[in-house]
Ligand binder design. Structure first.
Ligand SMILES: [Cu+2]
Length: 170
């Protein structure tokens, strides 16, 4: 085995590890602090809809989203493209199967959960969960807006219509 091959293998595994890290890089932007936002957008989450259904942002803009859950079920606000949402829906299915995620909330009393020992932890920087009757915020700086959607990936919700488009302002 050549030294060059070993170096390449080490570099490859390092890059695979960095993809799995919670500090994941998003090509469409990054989380920001609420006081860095230049605009606040209020969004209603219901059973099973978002209102409004389309969001318009400028590239480079930092938007503070105020997410009001007026439904009777737990909902999510997640920024990503369709492939990211599909992958997150698979993770959420496992969370429901394990009992960690219920129809109305996230259980915080399960052993090992805080440490993500089951490989399951809902702490993605591009996503928040909003319990019924609650209001949660997410502030995001959009560096690029390509095929971007906001969605709820709780099993069945995306398919029931909880997805909207993010378009670039002219
Ligand atoms: Cu939902």
């Amino acid at each position: 085995m050549s030294a060059r091959f070993i170096v390449a293998a080490v570099l490859l595994s390092a890059s695979l590890l960095s993809q799995a890290s919670p500090d994941a890089h998003f090509d469409f932007g990054h989380p920001a602090k609420a006081d860095e936002a230049t605009r606040t957008v209020e969004l209603t989450l219901g059973d099973m809809y978002f209102e409004p259904k389309t969001l318009t942002v400028k590239e480079g803009e930092t938007v503070r989203f105020v997410l009001v859950n007026k439904g009777a079920l737990l909902h999510e606000f997640n920024l990503g493209d369709a492939a990211m949402h599909a992958a997150h829906q698979q993770e959420m299915l496992k969370m429901v199967a394990s009992g960690m995620l219920t129809a109305t909330g996230m259980r915080h009393d399960m052993p090992g959960m805080d440490h993500g020992e089951m490989g399951m932890k809902h702490d993605d920087p591009n996503s928040v969960l909003v319990e019924p009757g609650k209001t949660t915020e997410l502030t995001w700086t959009f560096t690029k807006v390509t095929r971007l959607e906001f969605s709820c990936n709780i099993p069945g919700h995306y398919q029931a219509g909880m997805v909207g488009k993010i378009v670039i302002a002219d």
